[in-house]
Design a binder for this molecule. Structure first.
Ligand SMILES: O=C(O)CCC(=O)C(=O)O
Ligand SMILES: [Fe+2]
Length: 311
């Protein structure tokens, strides 16, 4: 029995189960992306034409403006619903923001090395909660591309076959794992499928929340801008639904990774929020941006109002 999806083809659904992600092309226009990137530059205070001013190479900006994906990028929204098992499973309004992650030349001085278990920084997203196999806080990992992103130009490193080892680790730890407790080196050592998440401004990668990924080298020093807004689920995932097809694609991928048809998972410790160091750092960055931009700050985010998805 096959499920009808709003946006995804059967092939894309199968690709997600097999490789941990789908890429949805052209979710918003290049014009809107360019406006967003102009705002990013004015917030940094760097001169886009003078790399000598790019003091920091890996910038994680605070989100100042939030906007509904449903309006801004309807096809991305439809695909998110397809992956998590329907709109009714999404918690609240799914928003994106201008919390830009900018790679201006990470490890540019080192010779290029393709993604491999030896690359530094492999992690799963979700630095703000204790992770269980069924956690609802990070329903999907999303990479929104605001610039063109090219080979050797800071395209996020992705381990496409990492869902299974991460699922097994979480299955073996019903008490949950804090963000630093995954021991990702041992997990990524089990992976063989490494790729760079390249694409064009306006493309969106939707990845399984268990996909290991890492900040990439940008030996080209070509400015690369993305965001990574999580999707939050209303309820924890379930792996014991009455019919197989009632499981979302994300849940099906977990069961596939575990080699099980169903599983009655119960956390043995309470769900827990964690306040990451990132929150304090970003509050500080926000104050620095405000001091530099003054009232101009208030008018940022207008790019979102100009969204007109390409035909
Ligand atoms: O900059 C990137 O490509 C990845 C960033 C990332 O994975 C994160 O901030 O969680
Ligand atoms: Fe990440």
């Amino acid at each position: 029995m096959t499920t009808e999806y709003r946006i995804l083809s059967q092939q894309q659904a199968e690709h997600f189960l097999e490789h941990g992600f789908v890429a949805i092309k052209g979710c918003f226009s290049r014009d809107v992306a360019e406006r967003a990137v102009r705002e990013m530059w004015s917030r940094t205070g760097y001169d886009p034409d003078d790399p000598g001013t790019w003091a920091q190479k890996d910038i994680h900006m605070p989100g100042l403006n939030h906007f509904a994906v449903k309006d801004f990028a309807p096809r991305a929204w439809g695909a998110v619903c397809d992956l998590v098992g329907g709109e009714e499973r999404v918690n609240g309004t799914y928003n994106w923001s201008d919390a830009f992650i900018v790679n201006l030349g990470v490890r540019a001085e080192e010779p290029w090395a393709p993604p491999s278990p030896a690359s530094p920084g492999w992690h799963v997203d979700g630095d703000f909660f204790r992770h269980f196999l069924d956690s609802p806080e990070q329903g999907l990992l999303t990479l929104v591309l605001w610039t063109d992103v090219v080979h050797q130009g800071g395209a996020t490193f992705v381990a496409g076959d990492s869902v299974a080892p991460v699922a097994r680790r979480l299955f073996e730890h019903p008490e949950g794992l804090l963000p630093g407790e995954f021991q990702t080196s041992a997990l990524v050592a089990q992976c063989r499928e490494f790729l760079e998440a390249t694409g064009e401004a306006g493309d969106v990668y939707l990845l399984h929340p268990f996909v290991l990924h890492a900040t990439a080298q940008n030996t080209l020093r070509r400015p690369r801008v993305i965001t990574n807004p999580p999707v939050s689920l209303k309820e924890p995932m379930r792996f014991d639904r009455d019919r197989w097809e009632d499981h979302s694609l994300v849940e099906q991928a977990v069961l596939r990774g575990l080699g099980l048809d169903r599983c009655d998972f119960r956390p043995t410790a309470p769900r827990e929020r964690v306040v990451p160091e990132r929150v304090r750092r970003q509050a500080e960055m926000r104050r620095a941006e405000e001091a530099r931009l003054g009232t101009a700050h208030a008018s940022l985010g207008s790019f979102a109002a100009h969204a007109a998805p390409p035909a």
